[in-house]
Design a protein around this ligand. Structure first.
Ligand code: FES
Ligand code: FES
Length: 156
């Protein structure tokens, strides 16, 4: 069945079963491999995208549940104000180790910063707790989010 999706500002038509997870469509149908597969059951956060600005696990989001909502992926997050700040902070603070979890981390952090420009430690922990990093970059992730939240956008 054909579904029309709004992804990163473009309309994309995909012909898949309605219960196909968005993650599969992004990676295997549309070739957008920045969004990662980790657990497939909403436990790791590697597959996080935004749906209407909300951080969402694409591995358990079926295509027929999306409707006309706007999907944003790691490929376009840098074109949003919060996403650009987060990506710069990730570079400034050298957050990444192996990198596998990091597109999901950036998507969750960008959604947090867009909704809460000056998050407390506990708000950061709440927003990021579902994103697992096997390399243990959690301290740098928290520093980078605080860095991105500085008023100038350039941080300390
Ligand atoms: S792959 Fe979706 S949460 Fe792990
Ligand atoms: S940077 Fe390696 S899993 Fe997070």
């Amino acid at each position: 069945m054909a579904f029309m999706l709004k992804i990163n500002g473009s309309n994309r038509s995909v012909d898949v079963d309605g219960d196909t997870p968005l993650l599969w469509v992004l990676r295997d149908v549309l070739g957008m491999t920045g969004t990662k597969f980790g657990c497939g059951v909403a436990l790791c956060g590697a597959c996080t995208v935004h749906i209407d600005g909300t951080a969402t696990r694409s591995c358990i989001t079926t295509i027929d549940s999306i409707g006309g909502s706007a999907v944003t992926t790691i490929e376009a997050i840098g074109s949003t104000a919060a996403g650009a700040k987060i990506q710069k902070a990730w570079l400034d603070r050298e957050v990444v180790q192996c990198g596998y979890c990091q597109s999901g981390q950036i998507m969750s952090a960008s959604a947090l910063l867009a909704s809460n420009p000056n998050p407390t430690d506990s708000a950061i922990d709440d927003a990021m707790s579902g994103n697992i990093c096997r390399c243990g970059t959690y301290v740098r992730i928290r520093e980078a989010i605080k860095h991105a939240a500085q008023p100038t956008g350039t941080g300390r």
